[in-house]
Design a protein around this ligand. Structure first.
Ligand SMILES: [Zn+2]
Ligand SMILES: [Zn+2]
Length: 244
């Protein structure tokens, strides 16, 4: 780090210190990720990853995966950084709606290890979707920016947004079934990328809820020449299948 850059970051830190989003304490860790040491160490330990579907990481009740069996899955593997529990929900809310993108650094802890099997895959690019124009004004920084920046450096590749939103409706608020129906027509490939993709892609997004949108985006990538698509999300809901 250059000396100027160092002083600059020191000044930023001095004038805009980041206190803990949970308790407002200020310490070395909260300055970095917006969560203080005390809160961080008080978080419940991560659950074991045994007994999950190898593709979509849904807990398996039997030998087979209900989620993957009930539809065509277009991505090769999903990796989530944290399960969506109370803390993760609060962090995502703060990242997305209270303009605190640095909180995503919490999800970056341990990321390198989680994706170790993907290091040799030689992705063509990191793929992301941008928020729609309405939310873009309130949220100028992509919720996954820090994760995307880290991955582009790690893999030495660029990040692209090859999708165009063709429906202004939001997924949230829709019923489980409607999410899948809507997702199928919500996005299309930009002209520039039409049938121009090749090789493997890594799709990065904030949350995997029903997976409707993510699966549809993976499908669009495949339809336009991609060989395979892996997915990385910051958090995943415990249950991906509908109870209704
Ligand atoms: Zn705290
Ligand atoms: Zn599955």
């Amino acid at each position: 780090m250059g000396i100027l850059k160092f002083y600059f970051s020191f000044l930023i830190d001095f004038f805009f210190p980041i206190s803990c989003v949970f308790c407002e304490r200020l310490d070395i860790l909260s300055r970095k990720i917006g969560i203080c040491k005390k809160c961080y160490h008080g978080f419940p330990k991560e659950a074991e990853e045994n007994g999950l579907c190898e593709i979509c990481k849904t807990p398996l009740s039997e030998e087979t995966c209900d989620y993957c069996n009930s539809r065509n899955i277009f991505f090769s593997e999903l990796i989530f950084l944290r399960l969506r529990e109370k803390i993760e929900k609060e962090l995502i809310q703060n990242i997305k709606f209270h303009n605190k993108p640095y909180l995503s650094l919490y999800f970056r802890i341990g990321l390198r290890k989680k994706i170790r099997n993907w290091r040799k895959k030689q992705y063509q690019a990191i793929v992301y979707i941008s928020s729609n124009k309405k939310t873009l004004k309130k949220r100028p920084i992509h919720p996954c920016k820090h994760i995307i920046d880290y991955l582009t450096k790690l893999f030495g590749i660029r990040a692209i947004n090859p999708f165009q939103k063709v429906s202004s409706q939001l997924q949230s608020g829709k019923s489980y079934r409607d999410r899948f129906v809507h997702a199928a027509s919500a996005f299309q490939i930009r002209k520039k990328y039409e049938n121009k993709l090749k090789g493997k892609y890594l799709l990065v997004d904030d949350v995997f809820t029903t997976g409707a949108t993510i699966n549809e985006l993976a499908k669009i990538l495949l339809m336009n020449g991609s060989e395979s698509v892996d997915v990385l999300v910051m958090t995943k809901g415990k249950q991906t299948t509908s109870n209704h």
